[in-house]
Design a protein. Sequence first.
Length: 338
Amino acid sequence: MNDNFDNFLKRKFKEESVDETRISSNIDKIINNMFESKRKNKKIILMILPILLMTSTVFAVAYSMFNLSSVGIDDTCLDIAVQNGYIQILNMEMQEFEGVSIRINKFLIDDINMDIGFEYKVNNENMKDIKNIYIQDLYIYDENNNVLFDDDELGEEKVIAQTSGYSKIQKRGDVLSNTFFAQSDKFPKSKKIYIKFNRIILNCKEDNVGINGNWKYEINVPQNMQDRENISYKPISNNNNNKIFIKSVKMTNTGLIINTVAPSNEVLDKSEIEIIANGKTIKNNSNVFEKNARTDKEQTEYVFTYNLTKYNAPEEIIVRIKEKREEREIVFIKDEEA
């Protein structure tokens, strides 16, 4: 995956005659174009989400609590959850190493989203004009040693996060902030979350600066996140098809996910899956990801996300699948036994 991304960038730099000394200022335009392509082709997101969102991308967008829209992620449902009190505001002490102080200021987790807000203070005049900050060796686990995220093992079966990234940096006075986000379909109901890392990269105007340290944080997960409950839906009409099968439909505090199974990526790439709920047609968000992506599987499994939460959960959801030569609808109702 890393080789594919590196080769892509080298090719793009060559196409646009980008000199090495100008890469920092030109990479934003190249990556922005990739995001435009990603919105038109679900398959591309499998490559760019784990890797690209950790780069120097800068976008201009409106502010939201976690600011994920700055990198093309629809965070409407996160803001709905926050408005309903589903967030933890933290007041941690800054931890400083090599002139960079960091703390965590907000946190959120449910089955499908984990979002961690970081604040930074850079106490070094030589490190200014920072465009983005990337934590290079982030490791997140809980009291039961569930590995929620591991930079070194992302994509491995033991790691619960399926995809991840960072928001654009925001600046308020001398404080910089961004959000690390990860997505899955099975984050556990943890009581404690442990976060540690030893190296960060400051993407400055002229070059990148590496900072070493030993940052460690502990979060006591609030009770409403520990005790969270989801809403599952079950089909009451025919869900059998030799192409696309709806494996599960689940609604959480931060969104609706549909887990789909198909013989290959190509089948899902050429299909549209939208839902009808509360009298409205809702298309899937661009942040589609493949579950446990591997080339040796007989089937492929995609997780689609939608802007619908527990706070406006309908009794019935219609899933509409549009394929090249076929369109069908499957009716789902709340599964009271789940």
